[in-house]
Structure formats: C-alpha cells, structure tokens
Design a protein around this ligand. Sequence first.
Ligand SMILES: O=P(O)(O)OC[C@H]1O[C@H](OP(=O)(O)OP(=O)(O)O)[C@H](O)[C@@H]1O
Ligand SMILES: O=C(O)c1cc(=O)[nH]c(=O)[nH]1
Length: 213
Amino acid sequence: MIFNTDTAKKTAELLLQINAIKLNPKNPFTWASGWKSPIYCDNRITLSFPQIRNYIREEFAKHIENEYGKPDVIAGVATGAIGIGMLVADVMGLPFVYVRPEPKKHGRQNQIEGHLQEGQSVVVVEDLISTGKSSLMAVEALKEAGANVKGMVAIFTYGFDVSVENFNNAGVKLNTLGNYDTLLELAVSKQYITEEEHDTLKEWRKTPDTWGQ
Ligand SMILES: O=P(O)(O)OC[C@H]1O[C@H](OP(=O)(O)OP(=O)(O)O)[C@H](O)[C@@H]1O
Ligand SMILES: O=C(O)c1cc(=O)[nH]c(=O)[nH]1
C-alpha cells in the first residue's frame, strides 16, 4: 500500500524524469522471479541524483518515524536497497545492516552483514517489490537472527495480487512511496509512453507471470 497519493505522484514523476522506467517489449527483461516483462523500474538510478535520493531518504525517514517510531536498526535488502537504506539509517541516526539473498559462501558466511542483536526492532528498506519473494527472504533471515521486524518500506511496488498475498501470509506490513498504477497514469497523461506501449502494458498487467512466454 502506498503511504499517500501525493508521495506516489511525486515518486512517479521523479522516476520518469530520470529515465528509471525502461520499456522494451521486443526484448523483454527477465525479473528476479524469472518472469518476462516489457517494463523494468531501475530504482538504483535514483542514487546517482542527489536531489532525488534526498527526497526518497526524507520521505522514508518521515514515514518510518510516523508508522513505527524509531526502530533500533534499519536493514537494507541487498543489493538494490543497500545504498538508500544506509542513507535512511544515517539521516535517522540509526545503525544499519544489510541482508544478502543467501549466506556468503566464503569469509564469515554471513547472510546479514553488520551488527544486529537478538530482540532489536528492525524496519526493512527495499527498493522494489514484484512478487515480494526477495524482500520476504530478507525478513525471514532477520527473524531467524532474533530480530523483531516491525515492517517493510519500499520505493516502488507493482501491486501484484501475489505480492499482497505473500506479505499477508508472512504477516509483514508493507508501505511504499510509489506504485505501478500511479506511475502508469502519469506516464500516459504526460505522454511519456505511446498508445502502443500503453496497450502492451495493459495486456502484460493482466497476466504478468506468463506474459512473453
Ligand atoms: O519481489 P521480487 O519478485 O523478489 O523482485 C524484486 C527484487 O528484484 C530486485 O533485486 P535483484 O534480484 O534484481 O537483485 P539486486 O537487488 O541485487 O539488483 C529488486 O531489487 C528486488 O529485491
Ligand atoms: O522483479 C524484478 O527483478 C525487478 C523488476 C523491476 O521493475 N525492477 C527491478 O529492479 N527488479
């Protein structure tokens, strides 16, 4: 669920402005889930724009504080949310850890990097939710380490039913700055996308798990 419509509109505007939204229906992107998609939202690009990463940082910090107060620790989901998670932790004056998709194979074999104590409250920062699988694996690792996971915040969600179900089943609260519906509406109204691209996206959105196969 988005925090509010103003933030969702602003987030969409900024992502479009920096060309973080990539469309390539002829040569679809492969997502982390294995799904094929005509669209890719590359939130990593926001880190390269100081004003935009500052906006995201401030919005996250404000909403985390409103929703959860100050947790003991901010966690970022690797790798996409290490940068922005660290910025949020810094502005909130909080410790930071990041969570790998799986334990590292050499060295200390950590999945969670940084200092985390059992019983500490944690808010998890993610860059993007498609199915939610990557994010929820990070939550699982944090819980196994004894963390008290308060909830998750992300820059963007596609809002797929499967992600809503996955978060509900895991009992994890998710709030995002932006979402697909708001982005699409703005992209159409500002003519960032052509009629043909809009038709492709409408078709894709009906069955994103099997599109392009
Ligand atoms: O909701 P999901 O279906 O799990 O997909 C979303 C995940 O995919 C991306 O990560 P990716 O695996 O591409 O790795 P990266 O963060 O290292 O770029 C993104 O950063 C999310 O973590
Ligand atoms: O599902 C993914 O892997 C994914 C989709 C997307 O739009 N952006 C991204 O960074 N990852």
